[in-house]
Design a binder for this molecule. Structure first.
Ligand SMILES: Nc1ncnc2c1ncn2[C@@H]1O[C@H](COP(=O)(O)OP(=O)(O)O)[C@@H](O)[C@H]1O
Ligand code: SF4
Ligand SMILES: [Mg+2]
Length: 341
């Protein structure tokens, strides 16, 4: 079980036309990834998804809050003592091309971490070859075919499966998949998503799924929990199916809305949600972070910041003063425009 409480991270950006300024990447994010469970974080580019994934995998520091892994607080441990805990969490990058060393065969790629794992678990060296074959079969690859091959000899989908096999060498409790299908050919995406779901069911490995495409979140499992991240704040959280079927936060509704944005022409009505203004990072942060784009903003919204409340009727939680069911025309998987990264 991995629990995050109030995880906060601000980057200092230097130089550039704007000079040095603080970029809040995460603002007090609470989350929990239960053992063998699935959790998705969704939101548009720049909302803090990668930062969160890297923090959870121990690859990035946080300013305040805490990450608790199996009951142990990471904030209280030295860098060295944290490592065995963070090794239980393995990150799968979005780009399987750069994640693999082009000068190493798949066999060589898997050998290094497996040799380490063999030492850690008192196994013989011969176990590593057996385990490499086992893991490749587990991710749906033919070991005889892929083991002697270099990354450039494999398709994008095969490469991502190799990356997943390498992550599994460490017997992780949780896989953090950061946009793991966004750079893969559309026809191969569903295969990778089903693989992640399958690994959950067969190995009991938890999945933290990070995506800008809300529609892909449902492929991770209908028991999964969805977190909607907007500018570093969780604005809606609940069962994935419930949130997708019945979103109450205007931002979630806009992510799910297929109505095109016609700049300057849109008129918000009860049946549609269209963000009215482009993302303005420099906006004063007094009120709701979504207020400048929200068609339903009131005076209260610009002066007071809504926080994630208790679960409502549908079981989901939201950070909005005027939550309301609003019907949206759903977008299909992979077709949501205007987001990336
Ligand atoms: N290393 C970094 N230095 C400075 N700013 C960063 C760094 N990494 C991310 N950021 C900023 O933090 C915010 C969140 O980025 P990121 O976590 O990559 O978002 P996402 O993955 O959702 O696109 C963005 O405004 C981004 O520009
Ligand atoms: S709090 Fe107000 S501005 Fe923010 S999302 Fe809700 S209605 Fe919109
Ligand atoms: Mg990212």
């Amino acid at each position: 079980m991995i629990v995050g409480t109030g995880v906060t991270k601000t980057y200092k950006q230097r130089g550039g036309v704007l000079g040095g300024r603080d970029v809040p990447a995460l603002r007090g994010v609470d989350f929990a990834v239960p053992k063998g469970g699935a959790v998705s974080f969704i939101g548009e580019s720049g909302c803090g998804k990668t930062t969160l994934g890297r923090i959870i995998a121990g690859l990035e520091t946080y300013d305040s809050g805490d990450i608790v892994i199996d009951g142990v607080s990471m904030s209280g441990l030295s860098h060295r003592r944290r490592q065995p805990y963070f090794r239980r969490i393995q990150l799968i990058h979005q780009d399987p091309y750069s994640a693999l060393n082009p000068t190493r065969t798949v066999h060589q790629t898997l050998q290094a971490p497996l040799a380490l794992r063999a030492r850690q678990t008192d196994r013989s060296r011969s176990w590593t070859d057996e385990r490499a074959e086992e893991l490749l079969s587990l991710v749906g690859l033919d070991p005889g075919y892929v083991l002697p091959r270099y990354p450039h000899q494999l398709s994008g989908g095969m490469r991502q499966r190799v990356v997943i096999a390498r992550a599994l060498t460490m017997d992780p409790e949780v896989l953090v998949a950061d946009e793991a299908v966004s750079m893969i050919d559309v026809s191969l995406r569903l295969g990778i998503l089903s693989l992640l779901k399958d690994l959950r069911l067969r190995l009991g490995v938890g999945v933290l799924f990070i995506t800008h495409d809300i529609a892909t979140a449902r492929y991770i499992g209908d028991d999964s929990e969805l977190y909607v991240l907007y500018r570093g704040q969780v604005v809606e959280r609940g069962n994935t199916e419930t949130v997708i079927a019945d979103p109450v936060h205007p931002y979630t509704q806009s992510l799910l809305s297929a109505i095109p944005v016609l700049h300057g022409l849109e008129r918000p009505g009860p049946e549609r949600v269209v963000p009215t203004e482009a993302l303005d990072e420099a906006q004063a942060d007094g009120g709701c972070l979504f207020a400048r784009r929200c068609p339903f903003a009131t005076e209260r919204c610009v002066s007071e910041m809504p926080v994630l409340g208790r679960p409502g009727e549908g079981g989901q939680r939201h950070a909005c003063f005027h939550p309301q069911r609003r019907s949206v025309i759903p977008v299909g998987a992979g077709r949501h425009a205007g987001a990336g990264g």
